[in-house]
Structure formats: structure tokens, C-alpha cells
Design a protein around this ligand. Sequence first.
Ligand SMILES: C[S@@+](CC[C@H](N)C(=O)[O-])C[C@H]1O[C@@H](n2cnc3c(N)ncnc32)[C@H](O)[C@@H]1O
Length: 274
Amino acid sequence: MPTGPFTDIALVKASLYATAARLAARTGALHAAKITGEDATTTIVDLAARSAPRTRVVCDVGCGRGTTTLALAGRLTPARLIALDQSRALLDVVVSRLRRAGHPADTVLADFHNLPLQEASVDVFVAAFCLYHSPRPDDVIAEIARCIAPGGRAVLVTKSVDSYHEIDHLVAATGLDPEAARRPSLYSSFHGDNAADITSNTALRVHRVVHQKHVFRFSGLDHLAAYVATSPKYHLPEHLIGRAAALAEELLRRLPDEPVIATSTVTYITAARP
Ligand SMILES: C[S@@+](CC[C@H](N)C(=O)[O-])C[C@H]1O[C@@H](n2cnc3c(N)ncnc32)[C@H](O)[C@@H]1O
């Protein structure tokens, strides 16, 4: 199994999601840049609503800041909504967002390799943009399969292995990280080309696979730096790590301040117990 910063469990826990700030900055930069592609949250909730015959108990695994959790609450109105993540800081954000929107939810602080949920107890699982953080995504899917109720559904979402490769080439060309384009993808462990096989080789039957291309246009180098500063992929000089403003200044010295186009294909899988 390929290893890298996204599957380094200690780094993921102690650094990448220790506070909500990096994820908020990364998501904000990507959302502001997106020019083509369906809204991922809407697609996930549509797939969950259409594919699941029952939505009494819904669990959002690796829920992050809870954007999907909120949409699931509003659309599926489950009797029990479980927001599960290994980050206390992110669960705190989810609790306050759900509370403000008037939705009760159980937040569960747990590692998705070992779900503290009863067998056959969940009607709908969503695991969006998180399984690529597992060095053993088959183990997480086996856990989901164990906890899914008869007739229940899972919606698993990930990105293509070549996501944002245009930015890798650009960062390499600046000389700030000449190896950027040669390093393995952050999404290597669970991506658009292996996700359906991993899912069906584990314990679920894949019903549907949908690929959607997303195109992003970063308006200039400030905008690009806001995204690059959140990526653990790049080996930048120490004084630029995580510092968008300093990184933008450095990029401006090396590149024309023009829009940058990048792409990613998002893959949605719906699956059930055989
Ligand atoms: C990119 S965020 C995705 C958040 C959300 N699902 C979304 O679609 O916006 C990845 C999330 O996976 C969580 N995560 C990573 N490894 C995990 C693990 N071993 N167990 C539970 N959650 C994990 C992180 O804490 C983070 O909240």
C-alpha cells in the first residue's frame, strides 16, 4: 500500500485535522475556484436519498466540518444522525453547526477502522473524501459492512489519483519543490480507479459508480497560495510551510500572476450488503 502524508495516521490526527483551520482554508480555496462540476454535497445527498429504502439511522463517517452531515439532516430527517470523526476540533464545529440549524446529532469521536457501532444498525453510511486517509481502506469498508443494516446503503466518495496534478507541475516549475510532480498522489490508497474494486472485494456489493469531472480556476497566485499552503504534499522551504501570504509573495517572484486551471474527478460509489 503506498504511503504518504495523507495515510500517515499520526500526521493526519496530530496535525492535518488537529484544528478546523486547515480544512476550512483548503475547502474555501477549492470552492472559490470551482467553475465546473456538480456540488459534491448535493450529489451525495441525492444518491443517499435515491438509493436507500430506509433512512432511520444515518452515519457520516469522517464528517469533517459537517457540511454533508447538515445536508443529510435536512434532506433525510433521520431519527438518529451520527457524525463520526477522529478529530475533536472538527466534531466541535459539527455540533455547533447542527445546533444552529436545529438538528440533533450524536457525535462520535472514533477511528473509522474500528467503528463503535452495533452490527447491522445503520441504514445509510456516507464516507466522503476521507477513505484516502486510510492505509487500509478495505478494513474501514469491512467495518461499514458489519454495521450496515439489511437493505442499507453506503455512499463512498473519493477523488482521482491525478487530482490537481497541474498544480504539482506548477510548484515543481517554480523550483520551490522540484520533486512535486514526481511524488505519489495524496489519494493513492483509495481513488477513482481502485475504489470500486476495493469496495466489492471487501464485503459490499457495488450498485453504482459515478465519475464527475471538476474544473477549478484559481484567480491568481494569492488564491493558488491559499490552497497550496494547506497541502502536505509539497516539501516547501520551512518559512513557507502553511503560510499562504509568504508563499504568495514567493510565487509572485517566480511566476506571472495569472489564473491557474486545475482538475479533479470525483467518484461516487453506492454499495450495499450482498
Ligand atoms: C477531507 S476531510 C472530509 C470531510 C467531509 N467528509 C467532507 O466531505 O467534507 C477528511 C476527514 O476524515 C477524517 N479522518 C481521517 N482519518 C480518520 C480516521 N482514521 N477515523 C475517522 N476519521 C478520520 C478527518 O479528521 C477529516 O475530518
